[in-house]
Design a binder for this molecule. Structure first.
Ligand SMILES: C[S@@+](CC[C@H](N)C(=O)[O-])C[C@H]1O[C@@H](n2cnc3c(N)ncnc32)[C@H](O)[C@@H]1O
Length: 294
């Protein structure tokens, strides 16, 4: 690992800015909306199963755009259901944006939000110290397991919180994504070795298989436009490159060799396609649905 490189996740403000550019260049949230309005309603019906109240956790919710889309679908399909919603999010800027989004969104009076500015592991620790016994009907981990040391332990803890008919949903980069291949190729030179940044849905499924946990899985096809990363001095391109490599100020702090290697790999046909002057990286996403521990 190159010691001068800093992990993006440790800079709340730069992370949020990079993530905003990333969201503008990917169809990821559109792809999730398709899932939320297509496949999720069936899952929610089995979760609600006649209940008038649901306990829900969003783990690594970010600024909450996807969370509110899920809640709006739940409201539409099950109008009488009230919700206790625990948000677990360590980034103060993201949490602040989530709270602002809630205050600007009408029709959320049936939901009681509890804000936990902490990591998934800190939440687990606190839960155990307080000897909490509350159970949950629906828990999601959307694009966040990259940032934990031990995804298996995090999944096991949250799965143990599921009530009867409860469901845990994991959304994560699929193994055929060019982005994951790039991260795996440069793993030893990027400051990501203490996290699960290079894990894909294949790894998550192996963890579940090794624990004998059954699950359903779906593939969502998705692309990220990384064209701006190749324009020297383009601020948006630099922010996007930070997000793609998960390095803060990658352009300024990476060695010329590493920079050239990463940019060349990102343009390689194994990783991306070029058409009409755009470089589109494969960012396919996998969705895994896990039930209660048996
Ligand atoms: C790629 S963003 C995804 C945000 C949101 N779920 C979405 O899909 O838009 C990853 C989120 O995980 C959060 N995160 C990072 N480390 C975490 C941890 N150890 N536990 C919980 N969340 C974490 C980050 O702060 C960030 O908001």
């Amino acid at each position: 690992m190159t010691s001068s490189l800093k992990n993006l996740i440790h800079d709340d403000i730069r992370y949020r800015k990079s993530y905003e550019v990333f969201l503008e260049n990917t169809s990821e949230h559109q792809c999730m909306r398709d899932f939320i309005h297509g496949t999720l309603p069936g899952i929610l019906t089995s979760v609600v199963d006649g209940k008038s109240h649901l306990n829900v956790i969003g783990v690594g919710s970010g600024a909450g755009e996807v969370d509110l889309e899920i809640l709006s679908e739940l409201r539409l399909r099950h109008p009488g259901v009230t919700v206790d919603y625990e948000v677990v999010e360590p980034n103060s800027k993201q949490l602040q944006n989530f709270k602002a989004l809630v205050s600007q969104t009408p029709g959320l009076d049936h939901i009681k939000f509890t804000w936990n500015q902490m990591t998934a592991s800190e939440f687990e620790e606190q839960w155990k110290v307080k000897k909490m016994t509350k159970k949950f009907d629906f828990i999601h981990m959307i694009q966040m397991l990259y940032y934990v040391k031990d995804p298996g332990a995090v999944i096991s803890f949250f799965q143990s919180l599921l009530d009867n008919n409860g469901k845990l949903i994991i959304i994560h980069l699929s193994d055929n994504s060019g982005w994951a291949k790039m991260l795996q190729t440069f793993r030893d030179q990027l400051p990501i070795t203490d996290m699960s940044m290079t894990a894909t849905t294949k790894d998550i499924k192996s963890i579940l298989d090794s624990k004998g946990v059954s699950y359903q899985s779906y593939e969502l096809s998705n692309q990220l436009d990384i064209t701006e990363c190749f324009t020297e001095g383009n601020e948006r391109g630099e922010l996007l490159l930070d997000f793609v490599t998960q390095v803060r100020d990658f352009n300024k702090t990476a060695s010329p060799e590493l920079k050239a290697g990463v940019l060349e790999y990102l343009r390689h046909p194994d990783c991306s396609v070029e058409s009409n002057g755009k470089v589109m990286i494969n960012e396919d996403i996998g969705l895994i649905v896990v039930g209660q521990l048996t």
